[in-house]
Write a protein that binds this ligand. Structure first.
Ligand code: ADP
Ligand code: MG
Length: 432
């Protein structure tokens, strides 16, 4: 029986779990409208003037996913809910719990919880023998230098629960690792988290890094896009910049990546909906091509990056996710439009953003389809490893991945970003 038959003529109704910080609310809401489903928004704060949409809004605390899920499920008593779609890292666990309560297709909450905690994820992948960096969990008081020596240097230290490379730092020696661990603890405190949280320390995996967008159908992985990350990601900080698809990796490398990602999803127990995985690929110990799983998330790509992807007759990634969530068959959807890429604009240093020049010139670069500055002029922005937000995004399309990459680089070179130190002077003047 099709979803249409199952639901009769009643319009399908989905809940979008939208964290306050998400970049993606507008794209998901537009996608739902495009697909023709009714939307209920579950979010952390009541927007001003929200009264007229009271029945379409539920305020939830995404730091308490089970409680949030119960509130969402309770809305289903009033009018049926056909799907719950979690957006971004902060939304996925609530969506999984709500899907479970409502008896909808969903990822097991335990599986999603494991993806939200880097130590848990490593533990699960290790127990299934999935290839990943050697790692140790650093509980408070652990001997960091000893752990660094155990995984071998260079190594990477990271918090368990932040994202967008916030607090992810390479260390080249055990002594260096001790200093880095202290620095990450300060970054955790700045992000309102306990500086005594455990950290992860891993062997640094050299090699090309890729990012995979996929959709799980009852455990089967449908590849939507494989992105190369052509900028070297050697540290000490790991700034996300250029993503280009299709990948220019060779066949064996791509096969290794897809196999490792599918294995990781199986190990974690993810079954349904979008997956975003990051892997490195290169020669393994035996000289054969091997892929190492850095991370798997039960969501689609973050920021505004998905805007470069179009499927089938021109539908967006968000539409595909919503269609899948309400039970429509999207298994044959493939990416169209040749090569595509996005550059997450790096924040060159921390301070107050006072302006971005050269936008018209950047938009005029052949192949560039859009430039969006998402940081707010006049507000403080933090460079890595302290901050995890983006200055903005450049989008490009072209015949080949090479032409897309060079369009992104040319557009970036047209931009001048003005950042000043935070005003401290007593006379109120902003230092230049
Ligand atoms: N073990 C590792 N070896 C090499 N690079 C790594 C390793 N761990 C993380 N990185 C780099 O840091 C980036 C961010 O790390 P990740 O674990 O994905 O955390 P986040 O949740 O912040 O994205 C990765 O995309 C990769 O470039
Ligand atoms: Mg990552």
């Amino acid at each position: 029986m099709t979803a249409d038959a199952a639901t009769g003529t009643r319009p399908r109704r989905i809940v979008l779990v939208l964290p306050t910080e998400t970049y993606r609310a507008a794209d998901f809401i537009a996608a739902a409208a495009e697909v023709g489903v009714e939307v209920v928004v579950a979010t952390e704060h009541r927007p001003p003037l929200a009264t007229e949409m009271e029945s379409r809004l539920v305020v939830v605390d995404l730091d308490r996913p089970e409680e949030a899920a119960a509130r969402i499920a309770a809305m289903g008593d009033r009018a049926p809910i056909d799907a719950v779609v979690g957006v971004d890292d902060q939304g996925v666990l609530t969506a999984a719990h709500a899907g479970e309560i409502l008896g909808l297709a969903h990822n097991p909450p335990d599986a999603v919880a494991a993806t939200r905690d880097k130590a848990q994820m490593r533990g699960v992948l290790a127990s299934w023998g999935v290839r990943q960096p050697d790692f140790r969990v650093l509980v408070p008081g652990a001997d960091v230098a000893e752990a660094a020596a155990a995984v071998s240097c260079p190594c990477v230290l990271k918090p368990l629960s932040l994202s967008a490379s916030t607090g992810v730092i390479r260390a080249d020696t055990p002594a260096d690792a001790v200093v880095v661990a202290e620095r990450i603890r300060r970054i955790l405190a700045d992000h309102g988290r306990s500086p005594d949280e455990a950290l992860l320390i891993e062997r640094f995996v050299p090699g090309a890094e890729v990012s995979l967008e996929a959709l799980l159908h009852d455990g089967d992985l449908q590849v939507l896009a494989l992105f190369d990350k052509p900028d070297p990601l050697d540290g000490p900080y790991f700034e996300e910049t250029i993503y280009v698809t299709p990948s220019r990796l060779g066949g064996p490398e791509q096969t290794a990546v897809l196999a490792a990602a599918a294995e990781a999803c199986r190990a974690l127990g993810l079954r349904d909906g979008p997956v975003h995985a990051e892997l490195r690929v290169g020669p393994g110990a035996d000289g054969e091509v091997a892929a190492w799983v850095l991370e798997v998330a039960a969501r689609s790509i973050g920021g505004l990056c998905s805007r470069v992807l179009r499927f089938g007759t021109g539908i967006s990634l968000e539409q595909l996710i919503v269609e899948h969530a309400v039970g429509r068959d999207v298994a044959d959807s493939v990416r169209t439009d040749g090569a595509a890429g996005v550059m997450m604009l790096p924040i060159p240093r921390s301070g107050v953003l006072t302006g971005v020049d050269g936008l018209d010139a950047a938009r005029g670069v052949a192949g560039v389809t859009g430039v969006e500055i998402t940081a707010t002029i006049g507000r403080r922005i933090d460079a890595l490893p302290d901050g995890g937000r983006y200055l903005g995004f450049v989008f490009a399309r072209g015949d080949t991945p090479d032409s897309v990459e060079s369009a992104l680089r040319r557009a970036h070179s047209e931009l001048t970003v003005a950042i000043v130190d935070e005003p401290r002077s007593v006379d109120g003047r902003t230092p230049a």
